[in-house]
Design a binder for this molecule. Structure first.
Ligand code: CU
Length: 156
């Protein structure tokens, strides 16, 4: 019985410690996917993520493709290269991180259907701390000036 009484103050301290902090969240905004014809190998999606506390986008899932990957893009010797971000994408606290055409993006690998303009792509974002979020990203025409062939120069 003595041991039980001694434990109670510790439990109270632990509960108070956590109380003032709001649970971590990530705002998922401006999501859209590039249109892609039936039979396309890949598609690209873009989104802006704003985390309330330092967090990390660790995975993205979609029901309309084999899988989704988080890619970075850089110029190497005049060639645009894409890499899968194995460790996910860091999200600093309070800073909007834009995955935009020509930069970091989400790659939809093996779409099971045409990504037609006017349709939507269901995407589920998974974070290290914040709870997962599912959204519907509208499908828009590809931006012409940044158009690129996603099937080429993947460095995996
Ligand atoms: Cu890519």
């Amino acid at each position: 019985m003595k041991a039980l009484v001694a434990l109670i103050p510790l439990v109270l301290v632990a509960a108070c410690d956590r109380a003032p902090q709001a649970p971590p969240t990530v705002a998922v905004t401006d999501a859209w996917c590039r249109a892609a014809p039936a039979g396309a190998m890949t598609g690209g999606c873009y989104v802006t993520l704003t985390a309330s506390v330092e967090d990390r986008l660790v995975a993205v899932e979609t029901a309309v493709a084999e899988r989704a990957e988080i890619h970075s893009m850089d110029m190497a010797g005049g060639v645009m290269r894409m890499r899968k971000l194995e460790g996910g994408l860091p999200l600093p606290a309070g800073k909007a991180v834009a995955l935009a055409s020509g930069g970091e993006h989400l790659m939809i690998i093996g779409p099971k259907q045409a990504l037609a303009i006017g349709g939507e792509v269901p995407l589920t974002f998974k974070f290290e701390k914040a709870p997962a979020q599912s959204i519907q990203a509208p499908i828009r025409p590809a931006v012409m000036d940044h158009q690129m062939d996603h099937g080429m120069s993947h460095d995996q």
